[in-house]
Design a protein around this ligand. Sequence first.
Ligand SMILES: Cc1cc2nc3c(=O)[nH]c(=O)nc-3n(C[C@H](O)[C@H](O)[C@H](O)COP(=O)(O)OP(=O)(O)OC[C@H]3O[C@@H](n4cnc5c(N)ncnc54)[C@H](O)[C@@H]3O)c2cc1C
Length: 412
Amino acid sequence: MDFSHSPKVTALRERLLAFVDEHIAPNDHLHHAQQAAMTDRWQPVPITEALKPKAREAGLWNLFLPESGHGAGLTNLEYAPLAEIMGRYPWASEVFNCSAPDTGNMETLERYGTEEHKERWLKPLLAGEIRSCFAMTEPDVASSDATNIQTRIARDGDHYVINGRKWWSSGAGDPRCAIFIVMGKTDPDAEKHRQQSMILVPRDTPGVTIKRMLPVFGFDDAPHGHAEILFEDVRVPVGNILLGEGRGFEIAQGRLGPGRIHHCMRAIGLAERALEMMCRRSLERRPFGKPLADQGVIIDRIAQSRILIDQCRLLTLHAAWRMDTVGNKVARTEIAEIKVAAPDMACQVIDWAIQAHGAAGVTEDFELAYMYKIARTLRIVDGPDEVHKFQLGRMELNKYRAPRNARPGESV
Ligand SMILES: Cc1cc2nc3c(=O)[nH]c(=O)nc-3n(C[C@H](O)[C@H](O)[C@H](O)COP(=O)(O)OP(=O)(O)OC[C@H]3O[C@@H](n4cnc5c(N)ncnc54)[C@H](O)[C@@H]3O)c2cc1C
């Protein structure tokens, strides 16, 4: 295991850090001001759009997509330090065409799409011309168990007809969101894990209705947003199915691994920024006649934050390395570990940073409240903590069930 940066990553890192220093950090307030001033909140934010051509010109575009001819050709391990830098500012990843859920959807199309799907949807997504959403979760069933998904995808001649209600379809608020990847049941009588399929639904298909946008702790996340969507007799050609009927779980496994670890990489960047803010504020704020930074409890929290962040970074790099070397399916243990650890760590570090800022910490002036919102929802998104822990615990126990199939400390 060697986690040092390759020359290629070192060069990209330097370029990315320079770009963030020059274009992202100084425009952070402008980004929020522009967003706040927009009469229609569901339109692209001008500064984000203005920076995209610059990022492209700087060769900082589509950095994800491991082993692909489309992206920068980086492995997951190589991408991790770059995603962390982008993650420091919640709006930055989009500037580099590296934001969720488009990254996961592009990987899905790249891996499981036909040449026609790639031409029609992947190409414009890679170019940043359109955006996408992934619609799995449903309001009426416990969706952390994806076998519960009820949306019906029924074959009717040369078409599939889709009926169902989804919610928390992130990204559907953006007017450029042109394609939905929808999960639903093609065969309710098949074996449990062969009932579900994934299908491509163009947003403008008759019968697709966005019912409302869901706020998160009061934030609307515009123009990206999280939609509740109704599918009523939505007809799409049979060719829109991904990989074939009953292959939905297989695709979900392939899609969610990279998506989950990308969230963790960005969460580490977010926590690093919160720690930096905590340190700066503690050095300048002087309650009871001395800098806050001189209080033992603050020094302890700063030290603890450093330990927690570094632990999570190592776990993330290890999981990324496993994905690169043994594949996403075998690396599911390591992915599950970091999916639990990183959001929990980020919540803790951001919470301490908020506390060090006093009341200022909960205003929008310092962005910590928004950062906390992101970290907290990551404990639910892409599988709640408990589901990952349940699977991790079972895999750990399996080592000690007969027949014995692993040694303590080994992955199963
Ligand atoms: C900001 C945000 C963005 C999202 N984006 C998307 C998106 O783009 N596309 C999409 O399809 N979905 C998205 N989601 C939805 C998310 O993936 C689901 O909310 C998640 O999978 C949990 O499903 P659920 O809400 O139905 O919870 P439920 O299945 O109802 O579970 C409720 C709670 O039960 C507990 N629980 C579940 N299983 C166990 C267990 N085995 N043991 C103990 N406790 C358990 C967990 O604490 C869980 O939070 C998003 C959610 C949020 C908040």
